[in-house]
Write a protein that binds this ligand. Structure first.
Ligand SMILES: NC(=O)c1ccc[n+]([C@@H]2O[C@H](COP(=O)([O-])OP(=O)(O)OC[C@H]3O[C@@H](n4cnc5c(N)ncnc54)[C@H](OP(=O)(O)O)[C@@H]3O)[C@@H](O)[C@H]2O)c1
Length: 278
């Protein structure tokens, strides 16, 4: 495969995670990648850690030479990026977006590029354990799809979807999902400390419990509900905790939370469409 010239715009949490996956792709050299990042601290960190060129501003000649441009800024920063990209991105080039709520159609009309791939990745991509769903516009070539698949496989698991509407729920579940788990881990660690356990032991207990439980789920066909039943003896300690959670209507709360995230994704789509039409 040709040595692609790749630009990542936005070197924050997800831009860095995408970069890490990219550098794991076989045959990829840091020399092929440029990152554009506003923030000096992040720029210096990225240069040092990943040995890639990191620039402060998007420059037209860079875009004109790019085979792939990955947009990893917040949706509200996209308009400024689109202005710099449009009319400079070569016709054959691929535009990749990971922004929540940004529909292919909106990205395409704001940049004038019709070869667009929309991805919803998640943060564990940084350690090769992410989950990414992706959707390609009709004009994306077979070679470009193969490249994106390679990149996402280097970041964990991937699935190509064929209905863009699914992005709202995917964003709510796997895109935002790591934050739910971090919150859960934090609550468990905090509770352990409140009950007299030191911080180091609390962290160790919680991390290994999460890891071990996930391994059970991964290595058997048993559902999470069945596993929960198995470890909950009547009148036991687990049952006592679960009773409190059930009384607090945790299940309903989860559904409400996921619905709120999916709704926010729809709202971002509307805001972005309006913003780009101005
Ligand atoms: N975080 C997640 O778990 C996650 C998961 C899936 C998808 N996403 C999507 O990924 C995108 C990025 O999220 P994030 O969490 O990585 O955000 P982030 O950490 O804020 O990173 C975005 C970075 O881009 C920089 N930036 C903004 N406009 C720029 C420009 N014109 N040129 C150069 N740099 C620019 C920002 O700098 P300043 O802050 O200085 O402006 C910031 O450092 C979002 O659209 C989000 O929807 C995020």
């Amino acid at each position: 495969m040709k040595k692609l010239r790749i630009i990542i715009i936005g070197g924050g949490n997800m831009g860095a995670a995408m970069l890490q996956a990219l550098l794991r792709v076989k045959g990829m050299s840091p020399k092929q990648v440029k990152v554009i990042e506003h923030n000096k601290v992040k720029r210096d960190q990225m240069k040092k850690r990943f040995l890639v060129a990191v620039h402060e501003q998007i420059l037209a000649p860079q875009i004109r030479n790019a085979d792939v441009v990955i947009v990893a800024v917040k949706p509200q920063d996209f308009f400024a990026v689109a202005v710099r990209i449009s009319s400079n991105l070569p016709k054959h080039s691929l535009l990749v977006t990971i922004m929540a709520g940004a529909k292919i159609q909106a990205v395409s009309s704001a940049t004038g590029c019709n070869r667009v791939i929309r991805i919803m990745p998640n943060l564990p991509m940084a350690v090769g354990q992410g989950f990414s769903a992706w959707f390609a516009s009709q004009e994306v070539s077979k070679q470009q799809k193969i490249f994106i698949k390679k990149l996402l496989v280097a970041g964990g698991q991937q699935i190509q979807i064929h209905n863009e509407k699914m992005f709202d729920v995917i964003t709510a579940i796997s895109g935002s999902g790591p934050a739910y788990l971090f919150l859960f881990a934090n609550n468990l660690m905090h509770a352990a400390q409140r009950l007299g356990v030191n911080k180091t032991l609390a962290r160790k207990m919680v991390l290994q419990t999460l890891k071990g439980s996930l391994a059970l789920l991964e290595t058997s066909a048993t559902s999470p509900a069945k596993w929960r039943e198995r470890v909950t003896s009547k009148g036991g300690t687990t049952a006592a905790a679960l009773e409190v959670l059930t009384k607090g209507q945790l299940n309903k709360l989860w559904l409400r939370a996921i619905r709120a995230a999916a709704h926010r994704s729809q709202q971002l789509t509307v805001f972005l469409d309006k913003d780009l039409r101005k």
